[in-house]
Design a protein around this ligand. Structure first.
Ligand code: ATP
Length: 339
């Protein structure tokens, strides 16, 4: 099936924040990303803070322009289109749901107007048609009609996120990016919002890119899981294999650290924090924290290797054996006592 959106060797380099206009420090937020998202599929993105998950998501929907590389949206080279055409193409086909609905929604507008806005901007339908679409959207996300006149500040966190989701769906997109959609919500409403997203995905046939720190949720929501480390996609795994069949040591370490495994274990220990994205390590960026790293890892970034299972690929010189248990890896990776 043709990809809805496809990145080819996409890089994003930002000027470091807080360094002033003359700073020469650069942040390597995304490096050499190749990724295709097919219609109707859910791609989960995991990785520690600052690994480039949001940047990847923003590049996919044309919010951030890659410093180099190509974004094909429905087969068209997005950044070679005239600006108005690019905005119309992406704007009408994608929606974004962010972490914090209280900052993502205009506090001065009633719900009805927030939902009408995208229809007005893209000149969709008649006046009556737009009013009808707003009613439809509210019903779709389970918001009572009476809340149409409410301001965001009068709603609960869960209701606000429902408004944000309805707004993302206003133009009937093919692709929705959900960037940490539940992390600002009370635990009690998280499951409701996740179930709503799953339900909408089924009913509307949406492709979903789901970014989250909560990697067990990513696993549950996704068809495929992308692991990012310091701006690189280091593994792509079918979601049902990610906990115990992932081949990249970093993916295994991430998933070992989450509660909810049937047979709880101590997590695989990683040495120190993620290095700065301003000066990523040479070779494989994960090598400074990896218990398997050797000289080759310090000099050569591994290419993608295909695992035996279709749809599974990883970048590692010393991949974990397919059958190796995470429990065994925990033992291997523990710091050794000095002799
Ligand atoms: N506009 C920007 N200007 C400069 N640096 C930026 C900008 N946006 C992001 N960065 C930096 O780029 C790197 C990747 O950021 P990004 O937000 O994509 O990571 P992330 O994995 O989504 O992190 P988090 O989980 O904390 O949201 C980080 O080092 C971040 O500080």
């Amino acid at each position: 099936m043709n990809a809805l959106v496809e990145l080819s060797d996409a890089h994003v380099v930002y000027r470091a924040r807080g360094g002033g206009v003359f700073t020469r420090d650069r942040v390597y937020a995304l490096t050499g990303a190749d990724l295709a998202v097919a219609p109707g599929e859910t791609v989960g993105v995991v990785g520690e803070s600052g690994c480039g998950k949001s940047t990847l998501a923003k590049v996919l929907v044309g919010v951030v322009r890659p410093t180099s590389g190509t974004v094909y949206f429905k087969g068209r080279d997005l950044w070679s289109l005239p600006a108005a055409e690019r905005r119309a193409t992406v704007g009408a086909s994608t929606g974004m749901v962010f972490q914090d609905p209280s900052t993502a929604l205009n506090r001065r507008l009633p719900v009805r107007q927030i939902l009408r806005d995208p229809l007005d901007v893209h000149d969709r339908g008649s006046r009556a048609g737009r009013a009808e679409r707003v009613r439809e959207l509210m019903a779709l996300v389970g918001l009572p009609r009476a809340l149409g006149d409410a301001l965001p500040g009068q709603l609960s966190g869960g209701q606000r996120q429902r408004v944000a989701i309805a707004r993302a769906l206003a133009l009937d997109p093919d692709l929705v990016i959900a960037d940490e959609p539940t992390s600002a919500l009370d635990v009690s409403v998280r499951a409701q919002i996740l179930n709503l997203l799953l339900d909408l995905r089924e009913r509307l046939g949406l492709a979903l890119v789901f970014v989250s720190h909560d990697i067990q949720t990513v696993r549950r929501m996704s068809d495929r899981v992308i692991t990012m480390y310091l701006g690189r996609i280091v593994e792509e795994t079918p979601a049902d294999r990610v906990t115990d069949r992932a081949r990249h040591p970093y993916t295994r370490a991430l998933f070992s650290a989450t509660p909810g495994l049937l047979d709880p274990i101590d997590p695989i220990p990683l040495a120190g924090p993620v290095p700065s994205a301003t000066r990523p390590p040479s070779g494989c960026p994960f090598r400074t924290r990896c218990w398997k790293a050797d000289d080759r890892c310090a000099s050569v970034m591994p290419d993608f290797s295909a695992a035996s299972h279709p749809g599974h690929r990883y970048r590692c010189h010393h991949p974990v054996e397919e059958e190796q248990s995470t429990r065994d890896l925990v033992r291997q990776s523990l710091p050794r006592e000095p002799p």
